[in-house]
Structures are given as structure tokens and as C-alpha cells.
Design a protein around this ligand. Structure first.
Ligand SMILES: Cc1cc2nc3c(=O)[nH]c(=O)nc-3n(C[C@H](O)[C@H](O)[C@H](O)COP(=O)(O)OP(=O)(O)OC[C@H]3O[C@@H](n4cnc5c(N)ncnc54)[C@H](O)[C@@H]3O)c2cc1C
Length: 470
């Protein structure tokens, strides 16, 4: 097969949320050509294979790319989330990324998209092979290679269940729920995260009675109350102040989370158990009420294997009634690769910088790449943060994210850019700065910020300084 070649300034591998947000900010602030590669045929990454009833767990305005708001920024006027910001569904997210890719990126002539194509490198040369034509393209990169796959989440549709499955058992990814022709006698939902909670809420909304659902919940999760993660500076500042006040007084990590629960920030499903998992997706209180109607919860650790008649777990076995459907919601989602400098000698590895909000972080990296010319300085401004899995990780994320925010926020141009960027949850419109409620919340945060961060670092066993290259 012939090898053709193309030249580009930036080769961005991965057209998911991170690659799209980085590219968008880069082309907005630098005169550069980008070649965007993805083995999928469209932009949007994992959303292309998500279950049909998925929604963002957070407000739409916090997701997507910096140049173009996802959705309308409207507050929901009806339904159980009345008063909270709209959250996009799968089709809206897919359409949004399709529009950004084709109209804004390709239409500008500054971005080439190689879809359905696999990226390979031997460390020196970069190749992209089309799965359709079989043709390989050598990509000559004038400036940087950008790895926008470093945090790529695993999802049930593309990841096998993390347990054995006997041929005779019925185990499906959550996506299959929306394609069932015959209703099973019962549903066994496997997983403790957002995917599992989405599956249960959807089944209940479709008329499945709670006693037909078995929930295998190996770990108890802490989740964030969606009402406290809204694009409203009073709400955001109050959340930050509640978090730092709880940390200031916390005697232990568990005590920190219990204090946050008392403050209305954290939610847990079973108040008789102390969670050990803290990926902290947001959850509506109405969803929590529904989840608590499931009484048949299996707390016997992770599943080892499933047969036609039983589920064998780490700490015991439970029978599987005939006609049951086991629903795989147990892909890990977040990935936890080592934290490395974003700007490495070989490539840029996109990671989170502030706590959470991956789209904002990737856009920030794009802006900093475009506006600074020294990698040491870029890494100083954008130290990597971690995604959380457990309470200690969550506290570590708060510490690293807070310190990073202070670093990049001290640069006037970055602060001004971030304050215009709707993806940034900490943004405050100039017109809102003198609002008495905003000022009161800011004053309360200032009162507890230092003591809270110091104590949070102790609880997380994390340094109160972050290196430039750790
Ligand atoms: C169900 C779900 C809901 C979520 N909801 C929210 C939310 O509401 N708010 C929020 O902030 N975050 C949310 N997240 C998290 C957030 O979406 C992810 O952290 C983020 O989208 C990850 O995007 P990514 O670009 O890193 O990865 P991906 O979306 O996985 O994109 C990476 C892309 O790289 C491609 N790729 C990988 N290797 C190669 C290769 N060698 N060659 C070519 N292409 C390659 C893959 O095909 C993929 O398309 C959610 C995550 C999930 C799973």
C-alpha cells in the first residue's frame, strides 16, 4: 500500500472532549494548522458509543469547547430538576461536536480530520492508518504532537465486563437496555458509578418496579449534589467555602465527607455505610430518592464470574433467578495514569489542571500552548491534577487543583481569558462582582481558604507546593 504524507503544525491524537477543546482554543489564539486523528469516524470520543439515554451529569455550559457554548445556558423550567441548568443528552452532544468539527474546524481550512484512523509512532515518525482505505499517511509535525487520549475513559459498550461470563448467562452492556424485545424477569445492575445509577433511574422511569432490580454495588459511592455545581458564582463560591470550612474542622477524611454531606454538598445512597469511592459525579436529589427504593443490594465485593444460575462474588455467592438480565455498568470510566508534566519532550499529554472539569482544562492547555513559548513556564502554569477514585484522591485533587488555579489565575491574560470562558466553573461576570450575595460568599471563602487548604493537604498527605515537573 502506498504511503502518502502531509505536513501539519500540530498532530492531535483523539477527537474526544479533550482533543476538541484543546484544538478549539489553540486555533483561536495561534496561527497554526492542526491535524486531528481519531479511530472513530466522528468527533466526540466516548459519546459516540454511549448508551442512548445518557445525559451530561453536569450543566451543559461546563462541557464542550471554549468558543461555542453547548446548549442554550437555560435553566430547566419543569420536571424534577426545575431550577437547575439544562444538561445535554447524547444526540445533542454528538451534534454539537459534529458541528464544531465540520463548520468551525474543517470549514476554516485550518484543521484536517483523519477519522476512522489509527495513530502509530516509532517515537520519531508519525503514521496514521485509515481503517477504511487501508492507506497509511506519514504526518510530518512542525511543532507538537498532542496526546488527547491520556485520560480517555473506559465505557461498557467498548470494554468487556471485568468478570467472567459463562456462555449460558445473559450479560449485556447498559446500551442494550434500550433495545430489549422481551422484558427479563429481573435486572441485575452491576456497578457503583454514574452509569449504574443512570441505568436504574431509566428502568424505574420505564415502569420497572424496584423489586425487579438487584443492584450489585461493590463499593459505596460519594456523589456531589447537582444543585451545588451550577454556573452561578454565588453557588460556586458557597461550594468552595463549604468545602474549605469542612476541611478546616475535619478530624479525618471520613469526617470531611460527612461534614460535606451535612452541608448539602455530598450525597450517599445508604446513610448506614461510609463510602470508600469518590469519583463524585453529580446526582440530583430526585435521583437519590429513586435509587433508595432499590432494596435488593448486594454488598459482597466485586463479581468474579456469572453463570446461568448464580453470581459468584469476592465475598459470597447469590442466586441468579431464571430469566434475569445482568447489566454491565462496571467499566471504570476514569483512568488514572501517572501524573506527568503536560508538556513533555516528546509530546503534550492532556490532563486535568484545576479540580475536575476536563473540557476547561484542555482548553486552558490550548490557550497556554498558543500564548507562551517556553515549556518550563507552561508546565509551571499548568501542573497536572488527578481524577478522583477514593476519598484520599478527592482531597488530593482539591489540593492540586486549588494550587494550580492560583498559579494560572495570577497571570492577568489567563485570568481574563478564563473569566470569559463558559467552561470555567469559577468564572464571575464583571456585572456580578458587586452583587451582595456574591461578595458575601467570596468573603466567607476568603476566611476559610488557607486553613481549609492546609488541612486538606494534611488529610490528603499532599504537599502544599506543587513542583514544575512532578
Ligand atoms: C458516561 C459519561 C458521562 C460523563 N459526563 C461528564 C459531564 O457531565 N461533565 C464532565 O465534565 N465530564 C463528564 N464525563 C467525563 C468526560 O466526558 C471525560 O473525562 C472526557 O470526555 C474524556 O474525553 P477524552 O477526550 O479524554 O476521551 P475520549 O472521549 O475517550 O476521546 C479519546 C479519543 O481518542 C481516540 N483514540 C485513542 N487512541 C487512539 C489512537 N491510537 N489512534 C486514533 N485515535 C485514538 C478514541 O477513539 C477516542 O475517540 C463523562 C464521562 C462518561 C464516561
Amino acid at each position: 500500500m502506498a504511503i502518502r504524507s502531509l505536513e501539519t503544525d500540530y498532530l492531535v491524537v483523539g477527537a474526544g472532549a479533550m482533543g476538541m477543546a484543546f484544538t478549539d482554543a489553540l486555533v483561536d489564539h495561534a496561527d497554526a494548522h492542526v491535524t486531528l486523528v481519531d479511530r472513530r469516524h466522528a468527533a466526540g470520543g466516548h459519546w459516540q458509543d454511549a448508551y442512548p439515554f445518557v445525559q451530561l451529569h453536569q450543566a451543559s455550559v461546563f462541557y464542550g469547547v471554549a468558543s461555542t457554548v453547548l446548549g442554550t445556558g437555560a435553566v430547566q423550567q419543569q420536571g424534577p430538576e426545575s431550577g437547575l441548568q439544562e444538561r445535554a443528552r447524547r444526540s445533542e452532544i454528538q451534534n454539537y461536536y459534529d458541528d464544531i468539527l465540520h463548520r468551525r474546524f474543517i470549514g476554516s481550512g485550518r484543521v484536517t480530520f483523519l477519522g476512522g484512523s489509527e495513530y502509530h509512532t516509532d517515537g520519531t515518525t508519525h503514521h496514521v492508518r485509515s481503517g477504511v482505505s487501508g492507506e497509511t499517511t506519514r504526518v510530518d509535525v512542525r511543532r507538537r504532537v498532542v496526546d488527547a487520549t491520556y485520560l480517555s475513559p473506559t465505557i461498557p459498550a467498548t470494554t468487556p465486563p471485568p468478570f467472567g461470563v459463562a456462555d449460558s448467562s445473559r450479560v449485556v452492556a447498559i446500551n442494550e437496555l434500550a433495545r430489549l424485545a422481551d422484558a427479563p424477569s429481573s435486572y441485575v445492575i452491576v456497578g457503583s458509578g454514574k452509569t449504574a445509577t443512570d441505568g436504574i433511574v431509566w428502568l424505574l422511569a420505564n415502569g420497572v418496579q424496584p423489586d425487579r432490580i438487584v443492584w450489585v454495588r461493590p463499593r459505596e459511592p460519594w456523589m456531589l449534589n447537582r444543585a451545588v455545581v451550577q454556573p452561578d458564582p454565588t453557588v460556586t463560591l458557597r461550594l468552595a467555602a463549604d468545602t474549605m470550612a469542612a476541611a478546616t474542622d475535619a478530624e479525618s477524611l471520613d469526617d470531611l465527607f460527612l461534614r460535606l454531606e451535612a452541608a448539602g454538598v455530598m450525597l450517599r445512597i445508604d446513610t448506614g455505610l461510609v463510602p470508600t469511592m469518590a469519583k463524585t459525579p453529580t446526582l440530583g436529589v430526585w435521583e437519590l430518592d429513586l435509587l433508595r427504593t432499590i432494596e435488593n443490594v448486594v454488598h459482597l465485593g466485586h463479581i468474579k464470574y456469572v453463570t446461568a444460575g448464580e453470581i459468584v462474588l469476592e465475598q459470597g455467592t447469590v442466586p441468579l433467578p431464571s430469566g434475569s438480565l445482568v447489566v454491565h455498568c462496571a467499566a471504570s470510566g476514569h483512568q488514572y495514569p501517572p501524573l506527568v508534566p503536560l508538556w513533555g519532550p516528546d509530546k503534550i499529554r492532556l490532563q486535568t489542571i484545576r479540580a475536575g472539569f476536563p473540557c476547561f482544562c484542555a482548553a486552558l492547555a490550548g490557550y497556554v500552548e498558543a500564548t507562551r513559548d517556553d515549556d518550563q513556564e507552561r508546565n509551571r502554569l499548568c501542573p497536572p491534577s488527578n481524577l478522583p477514585n477514593s476519598p484520599p484522591d478527592w482531597a488530593k485533587m482539591q489540593v492540586r487543583g486549588n494550587l494550580a488555579t492560583r498559579r494560572y489565575g495570577a497571570e492577568p491574560d489567563i485570568a481574563a481569558w478564563a473569566n470569559r470562558c463558559a467552561l470555567n466553573p469559577a468564572r464571575i461576570e464583571p456585572s456580578q462582582r458587586d452583587d451582595p450575595a456574591v461578595r458575601a460568599a467570596a468573603t466567607r471563602l476568603a476566611d476559610v481558604a488557607e486553613t481549609g487548604l492546609t488541612r486538606m493537604a494534611e488529610l490528603a498527605r499532599e504537599q502544599l507546593t506543587i513542583g514544575d515537573e512532578d
